[in-house]
Design a protein around this ligand. Structure first.
Ligand SMILES: Nc1ncnc2c1ncn2[C@@H]1O[C@H](COP(=O)(O)OP(=O)(O)OP(=O)(O)O)[C@@H](O)[C@H]1O
Length: 234
């Protein structure tokens, strides 16, 4: 479904990605994990067309995403829940959800509607007329997720979606992602909570200095404390 191969990118003179590569097959949930500053967010920015790829290939269901602008990448079916959420604080919950909605689904993306998002997050429905800035951190994160779903994604990308949230709220986010997975959605997660996401992830990818240095299942990673110590600082 999503293929990233030999990707090189950076900012000005500083190269950050050195041959980044991974694959998420249809319905899989994969992760990028690694210490701060290793290039995970830069990978997402390049994938979304916010930063140009200097070399390498990015494709979604066989279609190249290289050189596409962010709105075109979103239109093709990559739904981003960005680091820091980036919701519109002065708009209501419902206005946030419809602001980025696409009129129709693309390719084999699932169709999402306000009703379906509210079914997944009843709390957003209760607060649909409130301005988004009055939501709790967890509710804002749900809103960011709902907003990404309103673009009918074929692949959902979450950059640090549970950062700064209380354990109970994190649990809610994980179980929501589990529900989306069981509906067949392909998901790419960047997160630090390895233990919490173990039941969700099919393949972990450890990122070190702009490329993947190891990949495997949560069980394989759990059996390699040396990897966690060397690359994750755990
Ligand atoms: N706009 C920018 N201009 C210059 N350098 C940047 C910019 N954004 C990020 N960097 C640098 O790129 C490197 C990789 O950052 P990136 O955010 O991709 O890492 P990360 O693995 O996502 O880590 P984190 O968890 O801290 O976000 C870091 O050294 C960072 O300082």
């Amino acid at each position: 479904m999503l293929n990233v191969e030999s990707l090189t990118a950076g900012y000005g003179n500083s190269q950050i990605l050195f041959g980044m590569g991974f694959e998420a097959r249809q319905g899989q949930v994969i992760s990028l994990v690694g210490r701060n500053g290793m290039g995970k967010t830069t990978t997402i920015r390049t994938l979304m067309g916010m930063l140009p790829a200097r070399a390498g290939r990015i494709s979604l269901a066989g279609a190249s995403l290289n050189k596409l602008a962010p709105h075109a990448v979103a239109r093709l079916g990559v739904g981003l829940v960005p680091e820091g959420r980036r919701i519109f604080g002065s708009l209501t919950v419902q206005e946030n959800l419809v602001a980025t909605a696409h009129g129709r689904r693309i390719g084999d993306g699932e169709n999402w509607s306000l009703d379906r998002v509210y079914q997944l997050f009843p709390r957003l429905q209760e607060r649909r007329k409130q301005s988004a800035r009055t939501l709790s951190g967890g509710e804002q994160q749900m809103l960011a997720l709902g907003r990404a779903l309103m673009t009918h994604p074929r692949v959902l990308v979450l950059d640090e979606a549970t950062e700064g949230l209380a354990p109970l709220i994190r649990k809610e986010i994980w179980s929501c992602l589990q529900a989306l997975k069981s509906q067949g959605l392909t998901i790419l997660v960047i997160d630090k909570n390895l233990t919490e996401m173990a039941g969700l992830i099919d393949v972990h990818h450890i990122v070190e200095k702009g490329r993947v240095v190891w990949k495997g299942s949560p069980a394989e990673l759990a059996s390699r404390p040396d990897l966690a110590q060397r690359y994750l600082g755990i």
